[in-house]
Each structure stands twice: as C-alpha cells, then as structure tokens.
Design a protein around this ligand. Structure first.
Ligand SMILES: NC(=O)c1ccc[n+]([C@@H]2O[C@H](COP(=O)([O-])OP(=O)(O)OC[C@H]3O[C@@H](n4cnc5c(N)ncnc54)[C@H](O)[C@@H]3O)[C@@H](O)[C@H]2O)c1
Length: 462
C-alpha cells in the first residue's frame, strides 16, 4: 500500500520504517530539511536500538523514501499519517498547530480519496478539527473530494520501539467508516498474523484511550514513589514492599519501580494535557493532578539526598552522574530527572561530571559548554575527584560495577542511587554511604531520631 507519513521523529520514523519493512511503499515527509538530508544519506537522527539497520534495508529496497516536498507527499499515499509533535502549550494543553498544518497541507493538495490517520497524541475532538481544516481547504479550492479521518494512537516505547511496533499489544483504530476500516485492516495485516490485535472503536474513545494509558502508567509510578517516600519515613524497605504487592496479580510487578520520577516526551506532557482536557469539560481531575505533583516533587529527591548528606555544603563540590537520558536505551533528554538534579547542583555551586552511553551529544546540545560541566567518555572517568556518585538512569552496564574501584576513586564513598540498582546490605559491607529511594533507612539502620530527621528533610525538599 502507498503510505505517506508526516513527521519523521520517533513515531513517524519508526512507523514509516516498520511499514516499509513489511512491504508497504512509504514516503516520510518532514519540514526539517536537515533531518531529511541526513536521512537521505543514511544518518538517523535518533538513537533507537535496531532502527538503523531496518531503515537502511528499507531504503535499499526502494520502499522507504524521505522528502520535504509536500506536493509529492500528498499525492503519494492513499493513507496519510499525521505523526508530528503535539508539545505542551503554555497552559499545558496539547499544541495542535502542527497537526492542523498537516491537515491544511493535505486539503490544499489532495485530488482523490484519502484516509488521514492521526498517530500523534491528540486531545479528544482533534479528528473533528482535522476534518474541519481539511474541508475548509477543499472548499476554498471549490473541491468536494471525500476523505476519512481516523484516530490510530501510538503506544511504542522509546528504546523498544521497533519491537513494540512489530509486535504490538494492540492496534487501536477509531473510525466509523467501513472503507477506512478495511484499508487499515489491510495495512496492519502483517502485524496481526499471530492473533488479531486490532481494536476498533469510535474516534473519541480512541483519542481518550491514549491519554488514559499514559495517565495510568504515570499513576503507577507516582503511586510507588509516594509509598517509597512513606517507607523512608517509616523505616520500611520499598523494594520488599514492591515485591509484596506485585505478587498480587491484580497489581502485578510491571511499572511499579520506585525512582527519581518519570520524564520523557510523553508522560509529563500527556498528563498535563489530560488535566487540561478535564478542565475543558469543567471536571477537576484530582487524581491525575496529584500524579503530576508527586512526580515533580520526586524529581527533587536526589538533590535532597545530596543536601542531607553534605549538610547543605555543596558549593565547590564535584558530583559524578551516571545516566542522563530519561530512561535507558534512548538519547531522549526531554523532561529527564537528571536535568532537574544537574540544574539544582549548579544552582548550589557544584560541578557536574557526567557519563551516559548515548545521550551525551544531546546533553551537550542542551547545555552547551560550561565550566561547571564535564561530559566524560566512561563511567569510571566520571568518578575521578568526585565527592559522590549519583545514578539517574538504570543503564544495564551500571548494574554490576566494580565497587572497589568506585570506592577508591571517589573522594568519599557516597553513592546516591535514583534507580535502586544495588543491594543496600552489600553497599554497607563495602563501606559506602548508600542512598536509595525508599530504602535508605534499612541501609543505614538509622535510629528513630534520625528517621524523623530524614522524614523532615524529605518533606522540606518536596
Ligand atoms: N516519542 C514517543 O515515544 C511517542 C510515543 C507515542 C506517541 N507519541 C506522540 O507522537 C507524536 C510525535 O512524537 P515524536 O516524539 O515522534 O515527535 P518528534 O518531535 O520527535 O517529531 C516530530 C516531527 O514532526 C516534524 N514536523 C512538524 N511539523 C511538520 C509538518 N507540517 N509536516 C511534516 N513534518 C512536520 C518535525 O520537524 C519533527 O521532525 C506526538 O504527539 C507524541 O506525543 C510519541
């Protein structure tokens, strides 16, 4: 099938590549000339495991092309995907200007029936807005060409995007058009061979499904973080609690890892957008608002441990940071907890020495060159002359480091772990001061007076 994808970011590029991989004829279009030029010479703009080789193969097969030419883009695909960004506007609501622009682009140029498929995460009612924008452009041309607008939200996870797209848990399609349904069944047939993963529903329900899914996942994270903070105050160990509750199949072990907060391009903005969607219909989304508040507080957690350990005497100290991206297997730094920590350390007059397996270029792009910031080539180099090690991202090669080396290299044996990677008992045996989220007290065997002090410090920090 002939497919056009507007937007060649994480979602557009992965969607286009995977569709081309199964044999569809895909044209990816972007307004970013540099991105398109790079893609045309095989330079992939994002780090996503496995993407590189599939892009190259699909380009070689002649099934994946990149362009900035809008005329070519609109005439190419019977199916026109919208996969452009929907960033948070000033009030936190989803900014739909890029989505509407694509609708206008299609309306200005289409000469035959098209299915316009919204893959961007968009508020309920956006399909109607897209239809209106398209119809307006057609009317301006004096044309009355039929089209359908379908909602097909994307659920891929950065870092596992190829596998998620190739073997999706579900493919949600919101449409009331039989013709569009038939075309989408055909498009996605190669991804449904094992069993039918397609779920059809009305457009509005499909649009809300995406926000509901992300809000649910964000809720799980904020929930476990809240319990972790409580565990810390009460002298309990959140990892034991996590095991204890995860064993209940109604709760499960997935996505209840305590840590230093969620980030990325989706959860923070989608949670905010949902809060705004609720406001739009005069509903106060109490739970979702709390999820966001808890997360914002949690992102300050690591800095509060630093403050506590160093008695607020932070100026002039150097901190080693392992992990910068908002999660492993991506170079995405959007809303990453590491940024909140680094900026707080700088504000307090500290220096930062950081290592990340793939996100250092992106970090450099964001912060530029600074005297108080050094990006180093290995995790070991980050430790040199540092006063403490702080872990922000749970990259695999941080899981079993050489603890003796860490201890010898750091100025003080202090590890602040935002991802609970290590066994507190072992860390104590190694002679470390080890701070982990929701289990610090079991590590240090702090007496009641200290428990109260830690509780107060946590409270003050949040
Ligand atoms: N990144 C994820 O993990 C993820 C997962 C599921 C859903 N989503 C949603 O998918 C959408 C896209 O996200 P992303 O992370 O791929 O965004 P992105 O910012 O990485 O990419 C968007 C691309 O769209 C391009 N663009 C903007 N206007 C355009 C236009 N008029 N025509 C053609 N291209 C245009 C931009 O230049 C950019 O390359 C968002 O709504 C996001 O919420 C993202």
């Amino acid at each position: 099938m002939k497919v056009t994808i507007f937007g060649t970011g994480y979602v557009g590029l992965v969607t286009g590549t995977c569709l081309a991989d199964v044999g569809h004829d895909v044209l990816c279009v972007d307004v970013d000339q540099k991105k398109v030029d790079n893609l045309n010479v095989g330079i992939i703009p994002i780090y996503e495991p496995g993407l590189d080789s599939i892009v190259k193969q699909a380009v070689q097969n002649g099934l994946l092309n990149f362009t900035t030419d809008m005329d070519r883009a609109v005439s190419h695909g019977d199916l026109q995907f919208i996969a452009v960004g929907t960033p948070a506007g000033e009030d936190g609501s989803a900014d739909l200007q890029y989505v509407v622009k694509v609708a206008e682009t299609i309306g200005q140029r289409m000469s035959e029936y098209k299915v316009v498929i919204n893959k961007s995460t968009v508020p309920v009612g956006t399909a109607e807005k897209v239809s209106e924008a398209l119809s307006k452009e057609l009317a301006a041309r004096g044309e009355n060409i039929p089209f359908d607008v379908v909602s097909n939200p994307e659920f891929l996870k950065e870092g596992a995007a190829i596998n998620d797209f190739m073997k999706p848990d579900r493919i949600i399609i919101g449409t009331s058009s039989e013709k569009a349904e038939k075309l989408l069944r055909e498009l996605y047939a190669p991804f449904n061979r094992n069993h039918d993963r397609m779920i059809f529903m009305d457009v509005r329900s499909a649009e809300l499904t995406k926000y509901a899914a992300n809000a649910m996942l964000a809720t799980k994270i904020s929930f476990i973080n809240e319990i972790a903070n409580l565990a810390e105050c009460l002298g309990a160990d959140i990892e034991k609690v996590r095991n204890g509750i995860g064993s209940d199949p109604r709760i499960g072990y997935h996505f209840i890892y305590p840590g230093c907060g969620y980030g990325g391009s989706c959860f923070p903005k989608d949670v905010m957008a949902l809060i705004n969607i609720a406001k739009g219909c005069n509903y106060k989304a109490e739970l979702i608002e709390s999820v966001d508040r808890v997360n914002q507080q949690q992102k300050h957690k690591l800095f509060s441990y630093v403050q506590k350990h160093f008695n607020n005497d932070i100026a002039g100290k150097t901190f080693a940071i392992w992990g910068l991206s908002f999660k492993p297997n991506t170079d995405d730094m959007r809303e990453a907890p590491s940024r909140v920590l680094i900026e707080a350390l700088w504000k307090a007059g500290a220096k930062v020495q950081a290592y990340d397996p793939v996100a250092m270029d992106e970090t450099q792009r964001i912060y530029g060159l600074r005297e108080d910031f050094k990006l180093v080539g290995t995790k070991e180099a980050a430790l040199e002359n540092a006063d403490a090690l702080i872990i922000c991202t749970e990259w695999k090669n941080f899981r079993a480091p050489d603890f003796d080396f860490i201890k010898q290299t750091l100025k003080q044996p202090t590890v602040i772990d935002g991802r609970n990677l290590y066994d507190p008992e072992r860390m104590r045996d190694h002679g470390f001061n080890y701070y982990a989220v929701g289990r610090g007290l079991s590590v240090q065997r702090i007496d009641t007076a200290q428990v109260l002090e830690v509780g107060a410090a946590t409270e003050a920090a949040v």
